[in-house]
Design a protein around this ligand. Structure first.
Ligand SMILES: NC(=O)c1ccc[n+]([C@@H]2O[C@H](COP(=O)([O-])OP(=O)(O)OC[C@H]3O[C@@H](n4cnc5c(N)ncnc54)[C@H](O)[C@@H]3O)[C@@H](O)[C@H]2O)c1
Length: 334
């Protein structure tokens, strides 16, 4: 591609800032617009990475001035903005979850899957260098047949009550990343059992949501995935995975800023805390996600997570919620 790929970033909050930084660092791209209904947020991101400021996403999408849009605005805006973008012939990288209501996801599925432009859903963890390495080695047969996957994902602290209130609940908001990671290793999941608890946070309970959950997924070849989530972790962002097969196990541990260890009279271990949160831990994944999105645009095919990947993760989230509420295992099909 000789011409620069012209981007708009919609939503200049936490994730919008990350995406703007990724585009800024990527050759042959240009940030044309930073869009946020709260103008000061857009101005802050534009000051850091460039671009004109707008508070009107539809007008920017229809302006003819952009080739691609990154949608990092709140979840209820995702489907309307994807539809506006594909109508305008604009490529889309849209944050997860696609929507909180599977009915909306399904009623837009045919049209979005038929789009002539690239529609990629932001399941960034698949593009994390460590997860990619494990996936590559599992696919190469290094640990034989996969029998069990254990995913631990704990946030350093809970999001504010306002965020929890509109998040769609822990399964759709947080565990959704782990459902996608489970599908990365066990493509055919047939059954979901989940437990939810209110272990520590009153306002999460007030919102009718859980702060601590465990999910068991069963695959069609009798594989078992165990997902453990908490909305807090006193020692920082806890992101680990273990893939166990009949010939061995592959494991990813948490990251510290360095691997330097102190050995003295009092201790023989690294004393540094874990990386703070997703912005730091998954920085490389967001960049890789963007790289793959751009490569997909150049090659005319989606190389990243698809709309149907986003749909499948939401089906698993809904099944987990049903299971946690009823105490029964829930069969799923896609
Ligand atoms: N992939 C990941 O790791 C990851 C991490 C965080 C958030 N997310 C997802 O990204 C989305 C945004 O989350 P966040 O944490 O960045 O939220 P945020 O609240 O920090 O930022 C959202 C921004 O969008 C703006 N906004 C609201 N309505 C808008 C509209 N119609 N058009 C343009 N801008 C609008 C808000 O003013 C705000 O600045 C959510 O869907 C969330 O699930 C994904």
């Amino acid at each position: 591609m000789t011409q620069k790929l012209r981007f708009a970033i919609i939503g200049a909050g936490r994730i919008g800032y990350v995406h703007a930084g990724s585009v800024f660092d990527t050759p042959n791209t240009e940030i044309v617009y930073i869009v946020d209904t709260f103008k000061e947020a857009a101005e802050k991101v534009a000051a850091a990475f460039g671009g004109k400021v707008s508070s009107d996403p539809e007008a920017v999408i229809a302006s003819g001035e952009i080739d691609a849009v990154i949608i990092g605005s709140p979840t209820p805006t995702h489907i309307p903005l994807i539809n506006a973008a594909i109508k305008a012939g604009v490529h889309v990288l849209c944050e997860k979850p696609i929507d909180l209501d599977i009915k909306n996801v399904d009623s837009n599925r045919a049209a979005i899957n038929a789009a002539k432009t690239n529609v990629t859903i932001g399941f960034n963890r698949r593009q994390d260098p460590e997860f990619k390495e494990v996936k590559k080695r599992v696919s190469a047969g290094e640990i034989g047949n996969v029998e069990q996957v254990v995913i631990t994902s704990r946030d350093p602290g809970p999001a504010p009550q306002g965020y929890i209130a509109v998040s769609g609940g822990i399964f759709r908001d947080m565990t959704i990343h782990d459902f996608d990671m489970a599908r990365n290793f066990i493509p055919e999941i047939v059954e979901v059992t989940a437990f939810g608890a209110n272990a520590f946070c009153d306002y999460i309970k007030e919102e009718g949501d859980f702060d601590s959950v465990s999910v068991l997924l069963k695959g069609s070849r009798n594989e078992i995935v165990t997902i453990i989530n908490s909305r807090h972790s006193s020692y920082g962002y806890d992101q680990r995975i273990e893939v166990f097969g009949d010939k061995g196990m592959l494991q990813i541990q948490n990251f510290t800023p360095t691997t330097v260890k102190l050995f003295n009279k009092e201790s023989t271990a690294a004393g540094e805390p874990y990386l703070d949160f997703f912005l730091e831990r998954y920085a490389a994944s967001y960049r890789n996600e963007l790289k793959l999105f751009i490569q997909g645009i150049q090659e005319g095919k989606n190389l990243g997570s698809t709309y149907d990947d986003g749909r499948a993760a939401l089906i698993l989230a809904d099944a987990a919620l049903e299971s946690a509420r009823t105490g029964k295992a829930v069969r799923v099909s896609f």
